[in-house]
Design a protein around this ligand. Structure first.
Ligand code: 5GP
Length: 178
C-alpha cells in the first residue's frame, strides 16, 4: 500500500473485475450501434482506458476537460471548461464516462452542455457514486461502486494533481492534508 494512504477502499483486482463486468453490460446494450465514448478528463482517463478495452463494439473516443476542484481544495469550487466543447455529437449515441459523481454539479453542467448538441441518446456511466453528497438532481445509468462520503484518490482520481497513478482506490492519511 502507498505510504500516504490510510486505507484501500478497492484494490486493483476488484476494480478490474467490475470494469470488465461494466464493459460486458454496455457491449450487450449497444449491440448493433456505434457509440461515442466521452471521457471527462482528467479523472476518467484510467477508467476510460480500461473500460473501452472491454467493449466489443465499433466505438469512437472523444474527451472534454472540465474542472470543479481547483488547486489543492477538496471542496468543489466554480466549474470551468478548460477545453471548449467543439465536438459534433448530433445523432450519436453518447456514453459519458466520469470518475466520480459527488454533488452532481459538474455532471449537471456537462449534461446540459451536451444536450445542446442533440445526440440520439446519452448514457451516464460513473465508476464511483457518492449519493449522500448529492446537491444537483443527477443520477447515473450505470455505477461501478457506491461509496460513502470520503475523499478518495487513485485509479485516475487526484489530490493536488497527485496519486492518479495508484492502481487502487483509497483514502489518504489526514496528515497528507496538513
Ligand atoms: P461533483 O460536481 O459531482 O461534486 O464533482 C465531480 C468531480 O469532483 C469529479 O469529477 C472529481 O474530479 C471531483 N471529486 C469529487 N469527489 C472526489 C473524491 O472523492 N476524490 C477526488 N479525487 N475527486 C473528487
Amino acid at each position: 500500500m502507498h505510504k500516504d494512504l490510510d486505507y484501500v477502499m478497492f484494490d486493483q483486482e476488484t476494480i478490474s473485475r467490475r470494469v470488465e463486468e461494466m464493459g460486458r453490460m454496455l457491449t450487450e446494450e449497444y449491440a448493433g450501434k456505434s457509440p461515442v465514448l466521452l471521457c471527462i478528463m482528467k479523472g476518467s482517463l484510467v477508467f476510460t482506458a480500461d473500460l473501452m478495452r472491454h467493449l466489443d463494439l465499433p466505438c469512437t473516443l472523444e474527451s472534454i476537460t472540465l474542472s470543479s476542484y481547483r488547486d489543492m481544495a477538496t471542496r468543489p469550487g466554480a466549474i470551468e471548461v478548460a477545453s471548449p466543447v467543439n465536438l459534433d455529437l448530433t445523432g450519436r449515441d453518447v456514453i459519458i464516462l466520469e470518475d466520480i459523481l459527488d454533488t452532481g454539479k459538474t455532471l449537471s453542467f456537462t449534461l446540459n452542455l451536451l444536450k445542446l448538441q442533440n445526440p440520439a441518446s446519452m448514457k451516464l456511466v460513473v465508476l464511483l457514486d457518492k449519493p449522500s453528497r448529492r446537491e444537483a438532481p443527477v443520477e447515473a445509468d450505470l455505477v461501478g461502486f457506491t461509496i460513502p462520503d470520503a475523499f478518495v484518490v487513485g485509479y485516475g482520481l487526484d489530490y493536488d494533481q497527485k496519486y492518479r497513478n495508484l492502481p487502487c482506490i483509497g483514502v489518504l492519511k489526514p496528515s497528507v492534508y496538513s
